[in-house]
Design a binder for this molecule. Structure first.
Ligand code: AMP
Length: 419
């Protein structure tokens, strides 16, 4: 066992139960995305290396140290591609490539799929994880910011996450942000001695990033607040955003230190936490407005807002809330005894499955005891036994494994008995 292969650290196999849980959430999400008018988009897992530096910013954690780089087999070549660390950049790239963002159009898209970050694996932080994301293009109004948050909140509610809380902030726009940056830079420079090495390095290029720093959190509480520097337009936008959320009964808190890790955000940014649990690790989802990204990628100026939700984070949270229920027995296990009964047993299996009933059976020469053991181990509700006698009589023995009862039934009564 010791030298058997293992999965890469931070990348996990999903066994049947987890797949079923994920599928339930994904199905539920599809229905909600559709109600909100979002259509699906699937983009490749591999993108050009330059895409993310251009979208997220050179000094972001993701671009600086968390991307899995890919090069062709020839290791003398520099990496050309990257496993996508997030969804937005690829979606914007695809929209431009397929000319989906013409002036004046509204485009609302959702995606679901694996993302990859070379982070240090820890609880709730993986190197491969699934994000469900939504991007809305073309609406600059605060109603679009609010719709994005409401959609996210509805998804979480439908998943069974109760009491989620939205934290939000406004980062301002190209007009008002420079003044905030300048003040923040000045503040950071005055504390330069106490800043961690990362922040010292980033201070010059992107002072905003320092606010995100966990190490320096304590003394950064005295840092200037973006909200105090908003221009009149950004201030009004923010107030209207909050009014829409209030009207939609979404519980939220304003959070002056929330800046998000990526460069592309303008105005609204938000994160959603499960109540009673905070700390960066526990954000279930996050997003914001990014009005400049499409233009920076060479498209028409197109306002945009979106979010990404971490599926594993939601599943971990739901699992921590769930009371352990006793496992439910379901379906039919077909047991055959003797050579002659096997064809009939195989036909019964097919008939049950075609009727949409969970059914299984090994249909081989194993003993009755070992077939019964399989039926119980796999938690089947019913066992159907067919041997030579039953074959001749056109009957079956039906065992209810939950109630430990059995009865002889006619072959034709099977479907009716078990449904
Ligand atoms: P981000 O793209 O960093 O804004 O993250 C959006 C959401 O994706 C987070 O709130 C998490 O739920 C999830 N997420 C981000 N990074 C990871 C990770 N390394 N492992 C698991 N989930 C993650």
């Amino acid at each position: 066992m010791n030298n058997s292969p293992r999965s890469v650290r931070g990348m996990h196999d999903w066994l049947a139960e987890k797949c079923a849980d994920a599928e339930r959430l994904e199905r539920c999400a599809r229905a909600i995305f559709s109600c909100f008018g979002y259509g699906e988009i699937r983009t490749p897992i591999v993108e050009e290396l330059g895409l993310f530096a251009r979208a997220l910013g050179e000094t972001t954690d993701i671009v600086e140290k968390e991307m899995f780089l890919l090069s062709a087999r020839d290791s003398s070549q520099a990496p050309e591609w990257v496993l996508r660390p997030e969804g937005t950049a690829g979606v914007v790239r695809a929209c431009l490539e397929h000319k989906l963002l013409q002036p004046g159009t509204i485009q609302k898209l959702f995606y679901m799929g694996p993302m990859f970050r070379a982070e240090r694996p820890q609880a709730g932080r993986y190197r491969q994880f699934v994000q469900l994301g939504a991007e809305s293009f073309g609406n600059a109004a605060p109603s679009a910011d609010a719709e994005s948050v409401v959609l996210l909140y509805e998804l979480l509610r439908a998943f069974g996450v109760t009491g989620a809380i939205v934290r939000l902030n406004s980062l301002g726009c190209a007009n008002c942000r420079p003044r905030f940056h300048a003040e923040l830079k000045q503040f950071l420079e005055s504390k330069a001695q106490t800043l961690c090495r990362d922040c010292q390095r980033r201070m010059a290029k992107n002072p905003l990033r320092a606010l995100d720093c966990k190490k320096d959190a304590e003394f950064l509480s005295a840092a200037p607040r973006a909200a105090d520097f908003l221009c009149a337009e950004c201030g009004t936008h923010h107030q209207q955003f909050l009014q829409f959320l209030t009207a939609a009964l979404i519980p939220f808190e304003e959070s002056a230190r929330l800046v998000r890790g990526l460069d592309y955000y303008t105005r609204s940014v938000f994160e959603v936490y499960a109540s009673g649990r905070d700390g960066a690790q526990d954000a279930l989802a996050a997003g914001g407005r990014y009005d400049k990204l499409v233009e920076e990628f060479g498209g028409y100026p197109t306002p945009a807002v979106g979010f990404a939700l971490g599926l594993e984070r939601v599943m971990n949270f739901l699992a921590s809330q769930e009371e352990k229920k006793p496992p439910q027995r379901q379906g039919v296990f077909v047991i055959t005894l003797g050579d002659a009964a096997r064809n009939e047993g195989f036909a019964i299996l097919q008939e049950l499955r075609r009727a949409g009933i969970v059914a299984d059976g090994v249909i081989n020469a194993q003993s009755l005891k070992s077939q019964m053991r399989l039926a119980n181990a796999k938690l089947f509700r019913w066992a159907v036994l067919i041997g030579e006698n039953e074959l001749n009589e056109g009957s079956l023995m039906l065992k209810d494994l939950e109630k430990s009862e059995q009865e002889k039934i006619t072959r034709t009564a099977l479907l009716e008995k078990i449904s």
